[in-house]
Design a protein around this ligand. Structure first.
Ligand SMILES: NC(=O)c1ccc[n+]([C@@H]2O[C@H](COP(=O)([O-])OP(=O)(O)OC[C@H]3O[C@@H](n4cnc5c(N)ncnc54)[C@H](OP(=O)(O)O)[C@@H]3O)[C@@H](O)[C@H]2O)c1
Length: 262
C-alpha cells in the first residue's frame, strides 16, 4: 500500500514509532527513522533491513528546528522527496502524570503542552515546506483519549493532546488545498507498549490492583471488552498514509473502540 513512498518518522525508537516504521516498511515505503537517542532507532532500522525493507536511522531531536530541517534536506538529497511525516514523539512521564492539578507546578504543567505542540508543529511545518513542491504528502501524528475526556492525575497531558488535535485540523485547513493531507490517530492505551505499562502499573498497584486487573478495567470500557493491539493501530496508520485514504484529512481517527464517543 505504500510502495516507494518516502516516510520520515520522529520518535521511531519508541513503541508506536517503531511499530509504525516496521508497518510502513513492510508495505514498501522507504523509511527514514529518527529519534533523540540513536541506539533504539538503529535497532528498529536494522530489524527492517534484515527483513528486506529499506530504512535509514539518524539522531534528530524533534524539538530542534535546525536538526529537523537538516535531516529533511538529507532525506531529499537521498530519496528526492518526502511523502509521509509521522510524529510519534513521546515526552517522558516523570512528574507530568500522577500529580493532582492543585499540587502541580507550572513548569511541569506546561512541559507536555509546549513540547508536544512544538514538536508536532515543527516537524509538520518543515515537511509541508518540502511537500508543497510536489503538491502531495501526508502529515500524521498520534494522540490519546485525554484530548476529549476528563481524567484524573494527567496534568498538562490532556491539554497537550487537545492542542495536537486542533493543530491537525488547522494544518489541514491550510495545506489540503495544496494536496497535503493531515490526519491523526487516537488509540486507546495499548498495554503491550512500555509507556503504558510504566505509566499505569504503579497506579494499579497503588489502588490495590494487579497490572492484569487494571487492563481488565480499561478493556471493560470498550465495546469489544478488549484493548487495541499495536498491529491494529499500525494497520490504520498504513491505510491513512496510503493513497486509498485520499478523502481523509483534517481529522483524528478514533481508535478507542467505543471508550470515547465521537
Ligand atoms: N503507548 C500507547 O498505548 C499510546 C496510546 C495513545 C497515545 N500514545 C501517544 O503516542 C506517543 C508515543 O507513545 P509511545 O508509547 O510510542 O512512547 P515511547 O515508547 O516512550 O516512545 C517515544 C519516543 O519518542 C522519543 N522522543 C522523546 N522526545 C524526543 C525528541 N525531542 N526528539 C526525538 N524523539 C524524542 C523517545 O526517545 P528517547 O527514548 O530517546 O527519549 C522515544 O523513542 C506519545 O505521545 C503517547 O502519549 C501512546
Amino acid at each position: 500500500m505504500l510502495q516507494d513512498k518516502v516516510a520520515v518518522i520522529y520518535g521511531a525508537g519508541g513503541s508506536i514509532g517503531g511499530a509504525v516504521a516496521r508497518a510502513f516498511a513492510r508495505e514498501g515505503a522507504k523509511v527514514f527513522l529518527t529519534g533523540r537517542r540513536r541506539a533504539s532507532v538503529d535497532a528498529v532500522a536494522e530489524e527492517i533491513v534484515s527483513a528486506g525493507g529499506s530504512a535509514e536511522a539518524a539522531e534528530v531531536d524533534a524539538l530542534d528546528e535546525q536538526a529537523v530541517d537538516e535531516h529533511l534536506d538529507s532525506v531529499i538529497d537521498s530519496a528526492g522527496r518526502v511523502d509521509i511525516s509521522f510524529n510519534a514523539v513521546g515526552i517522558p512521564n516523570a512528574k507530568i502524570l500522577g500529580v493532582p492539578l492543585i499540587e502541580l507546578d507550572v513548569e511541569h504543567f506546561s512541559l507536555p503542552i509546549a513540547s508536544y505542540a512544538t514538536s508536532y508543529f515543527l516537524t509538520a511545518r518543515l515537511a509541508a515546506r518540502r511537500m508543497v513542491a510536489n503538491k502531495s504528502g501526508v502529515i500524521m501524528t498520534v494522540t490519546a483519549l485525554h484530548s476529549r475526556m476528563g481524567l484524573q492525575l494527567v496534568g498538562g497531558y490532556g491539554p497537550a493532546m487537545a492542542a495536537k488535535e486542533a493543530l491537525t485540523r488547522d494544518l489541514s485547513a491550510e495545506l489540503a488545498p495544496q494536496g497535503i493531507r493531515v490526519v491523526g490517530l487516537r488509540p486507546q492505551g495499548m498495554p503491550e507498549t512500555r509507556t503504558i505499562k510504566e505509566a499505569f502499573e504503579p497506579r494499579a498497584k497503588a489502588s490495590g490492583m494487579t497490572w492484569e486487573q487494571w487492563q481488565e478495567v480499561l478493556a471493560s470500557r470498550t465495546h469489544p471488552r478488549r484493548l487495541m493491539t499495536l498491529e491494529e493501530m499500525t494497520n490504520m496508520a498504513v491505510f491513512l498514509a496510503s493513497d486509498r485514504a485520499s478523502g481523509v484529512t483534517g481529522t483524528i481517527v478514533n481508535l478507542t473502540m467505543g471508550s470515547l464517543d465521537d
